[in-house]
Design a binder for this molecule. Structure first.
Ligand SMILES: Cc1ncc(COP(=O)(O)O)c(C=O)c1O
Length: 356
C-alpha cells in the first residue's frame, strides 16, 4: 500500500547549536518528528512535522490507565552512508507489546516509509561515528479523553530522534535485586510498556543511593535466578561457554541479546539460553571459571559488569584484557551496524538519500 506522508519542514534547523562532543544521552532532540493517529478504525494523517509539543486533554487515557508502549533503536553513520539495524524487528516487538496492552498494530510498510524519510530528513543530526549515534524513539499511547478503565479507541503513534553519546561511560557496578520484582509470570515483563519502567525506578533509586549503577532483576517467584537489568539483557562468560537467561514472559526479548547470540555462535562460541542462578555465578567466580559478565541493549550497547553484589558477597572482575569477549562481540556488532563488515543476516538497512 503506498503511503503519502505529509511533510512540514522546519524553517531553520537547530543543528548548528549542537555540540557533538558534549551530547550526553536523551537531552537533545532533532528537528523533526513523525506522527500518525488511529481513529478507532484506521491509521490516518501520517505526517512529518517540526519537533514540538503535543496538546492533550487532561483526561487522556494513557496518563491515567497506562496504555503506553515504546521502542528504542538507532541510526549509525557509516563512511558514506547511514544505516538502521534490524528496524522491522523493533516494530514487531512494538506490536507484540501493543497486542498485550490491547493497542492497535502499527503497519510495517508505513513504519518503514516514515522511519526512512524521517532519518533521511534529519541525517545531519547523526553524530560522527566516533562521537555517537542517533537514538530513535518510536512509541504509541492511548488518546481517548475518557475516565473509566477500558481500552482506548484512539491512539497516537510517534517517532522522534536524538543524537546521543554513550549511555554508560564505564564498566558497571550492579546489585542483584532480591526484594523487589519488575515483572511476574503472566504479567507484562516481556513488553516495553511504560509502566515496567516506572515500577523499576524506586528499586533502582535505592540501588543507586547505595553506589550501584543498576539492579539485576531476579525471578519474581524465588529470587534465585537472574533475569535482566533495568535497561538491558544479561550475559555471563564462563571458561567454556557463554550463558544468558532464557526468554520468558518476565523479561524483554532484546534485539542486542539476539544479535549477540547469533554472532557469537557464528564465531564458534557455545551460547546457552537457560536458567542462571545467583549461586552459580558466585560459585563460578570462586573457582575461577567465571570470566566476564556483560549487559546488552540498544541504548547501553555492550558493556561489562565489573562489580556484582549480592547481600554481603561481591564479584569483582577485571574487564581490561585482550581476550575480553564483550569487546570482541561489541566490535563485531559495531562493524555490522556501520557498514565495516558484510551485512550479516541482512540486519543492516541503508537509509536512502532522497529528500533534498
Ligand atoms: C528491560 C530491558 N531489557 C532489555 C533491553 C535490551 O533490548 P534491546 O537490545 O532490544 O535494546 C531493554 C532495552 O530496550 C530493556 O529496556
Amino acid at each position: 500500500m503506498p503511503h503519502n506522508i505529509n511533510l512540514n519542514r522546519i524553517n531553520k534547523s537547530r543543528i548548528f547549536d549542537v555540540d557533538f562532543d558534549n551530547i550526553g544521552f536523551g537531552k537533545v532532540f532533532s528537528d523533526h518528528m513523525f506522527i500518525a493517529d488511529f481513529d478507532g478504525q484506521h491509521w490516518s494523517n501520517p505526517s512529518i512535522l517540526p519537533y514540538g509539543n503535543f496538546s492533550l486533554s487532561p483526561a487522556t487515557s494513557a496518563l491515567h490507565y497506562g496504555q503506553s508502549i515504546f521502542e528504542g533503536m538507532k541510526a549509525f553513520r557509516g563512511e558514506n552512508e547511514v544505516f538502521l539495524f534490524r528496524p522491522s524487528d523493533n516494530l514487531k516487538r512494538l506490536n507484540i507489546s501493543g497486542e498485550r496492552m490491547v493497542m492497535p498494530a502499527f503497519p510495517e510498510d508505513l513504519f518503514m516509509v516514515a522511519l526512512l524519510q524521517l532519518i533521511d530528513l534529519d541525517r545531519a543530526w547523526i553524530p560522527p561515528a566516533d562521537k555517537g549515534t542517533l537514538y530513535i524513539r518510536p512509541y504509541m499511547f492511548a488518546t481517548d479523553d475518557f475516565i473509566g478503565v477500558k481500552p482506548s479507541e484512539k491512539y497516537r503513534f510517534a517517532i522522534f530522534t536524538c543524537p546521543v553519546g554513550p549511555y554508560y561511560a564505564k564498566p558497571l557496578k550492579v546489585k542483584v535485586e532480591e526484594h523487589f520484582s519488575r515483572s511476574a509470570p503472566g504479567g507484562v515483563g516481556f513488553t516495553k510498556c511504560s509502566g515496567n519502567y516506572a515500577g523499576a525506578m524506586y528499586p533502582t533509586k535505592i540501588a543507586q543511593s547505595e553506589g550501584f549503577d543498576q539492579v539485576l532483576w531476579t525471578d519474581p517467584l524465588t529470587h534465585t535466578y537472574v533475569e535482566e537489568t533495568g535497561t538491558t539483557n544479561f550475559f555471563a562468560v564462563f571458561h567454556d561457554h557463554i550463558a544468558t537467561p532464557a526468554l520468558s514472559d518476565t523479561l524483554l526479548s532484546g534485539l542486542t541479546r539476539d544479535s549477540s547470540i547469533q554472532v557469537l555462535r557464528h564465531l564458534g562460541y557455545r551460547v546457552e539460553e537457560r536458567k542462571i542462578s545467583v549461586h552459580e555465578l558466585f560459585e563460578a567466580n570462586n573457582n575461577g571459571t567465571l570470566k566476564e559478565l556483560f549487559i546488552s541493549g540498544t541504548a547501553a550497547t555492550l558493556i561489562n559488569i565489573e562489580t556484582l553484589a549480592y547481600r554481603d558477597q561481591i564479584i569483582n572482575l577485571v574487564t581490561e584484557n585482550s581476550q575480553n569477549v564483550t569487546q570482541i562481540i561489541k566490535s563485531k556488532l559495531d562493524d555490522i551496524r556501520t557498514g565495516k563488515s558484510e551485512n550479516f543476516q541482512n540486519w543492516r538497512v541503508t537509509v536512502p538519500s532522497v529528500i533534498q
